[in-house]
Design a protein around this ligand. Structure first.
Ligand code: ZN
Length: 212
C-alpha cells in the first residue's frame, strides 16, 4: 500500500489551516458542512445532479479558473462527501487540467491498490481522505474514547476512508511496521481489546509530526 505521502500531508495541512480559519472545534467537525464551507470560501460553483446510475460519482470542470463541481445526488452521504472532497482536491492539486470525470474506478482508496489508476486520481484520493478526516479531529475523537463506528458516523465519512486514514498515519506517515499497525487498527475497528491502545499509539506517534 503506497499512499502518496505528499498529497496526504498537503491535504492535512490545508484541512488544519481551514479548521483554524473557520474556528471549528474537533468535536464539532462534520465532513459535509466542512466541505460546504470550503466550497463557499473558494467560490466554487457546486450542484448535485440526479443520475440514477451510482457508478457516476461526479465531475470537476475548470472554465478559465471558475471551478464547477457536480456530484451525483443518489450517492450515500459518506460516498458523496468523499466525491466532493476528491473534486476539491483536484482543484487544489491539478488546477491546470480542464476537467475530471469520476466513477467508481477513480474514486476511493481501492485505487491505491491499482497500478492502472492515473497518478492524479491517486493523489486526489489521498488528499481527499486527509481533508475529510483531519489529523487533529481524528486524534481528538480517539482520545475521547469514540469507537471506530462512532467516529465514522460523527464525521460523516465511510468506514473505508477512516480505516485507510488511520493506516496512512500509522504506516506511511509515522513509519510503523505494517503488521503491527493493522493489528492495532483491526482491534480498534472490531472494538476488541488488544495489547496496545490506539489512543496511546496515535498520540505518541503523531506528536512527532506536523499534524498538531
Ligand atoms: Zn478524480
Amino acid at each position: 500500500m503506497n499512499i502518496p505521502q505528499n498529497a496526504s500531508l498537503l491535504g492535512n495541512d490545508k484541512a488544519e489551516i481551514m479548521l483554524d480559519e473557520f474556528n471549528i472545534s474537533p468535536s464539532k467537525f462534520r465532513a459535509d458542512s466542512f466541505l460546504m464551507l470550503i466550497i463557499h470560501e473558494f467560490e466554487i460553483r457546486f450542484k448535485t445532479i440526479d443520475i440514477s446510475s451510482t457508478d457516476f460519482c461526479g465531475v470537476m470542470i475548470n472554465s478559465t479558473n471558475q471551478f464547477f463541481i457536480f456530484v451525483n445526488s443518489n450517492l450515500a452521504p459518506p460516498r458523496r462527501n468523499f466525491t466532493i472532497a476528491h473534486e476539491i482536491s483536484h482543484i487544489f492539486l491539478h488546477r491546470d487540467s480542464s476537467s475530471f470525470f469520476e466513477n467508481n474506478s477513480t474514486i476511493g482508496e481501492h485505487t491505491l491498490l491499482n497500478n492502472e489508476t492515473q497518478i492524479e486520481e491517486v493523489e486526489a484520493n489521498a488528499y481527499a481522505a486527509s481533508l475529510i478526516c483531519p489529523g487533529s479531529v481524528l486524534i481528538h475523537l480517539i482520545e475521547m474514547q469514540c469507537s471506530f463506528k462512532r467516529i465514522a458516523s460523527k464525521t460523516q465519512i465511510s468506514y473505508e476512508t477512516l480505516y485507510w486514514r488511520i493506516y496512512n498515519i500509522l504506516v506511511n506517515i509515522n513509519g510503523m511496521e505494517r503488521k503491527r499497525a493493522i493489528h492495532i487498527l483491526e482491534n480498534f475497528r472490531n472494538n476488541t481489546p488488544g495489547n496496545e491502545n490506539i489512543s496511546d499509539v496515535i498520540r505518541k506517534r503523531v506528536s512527532h509530526n506536523l499534524f498538531i
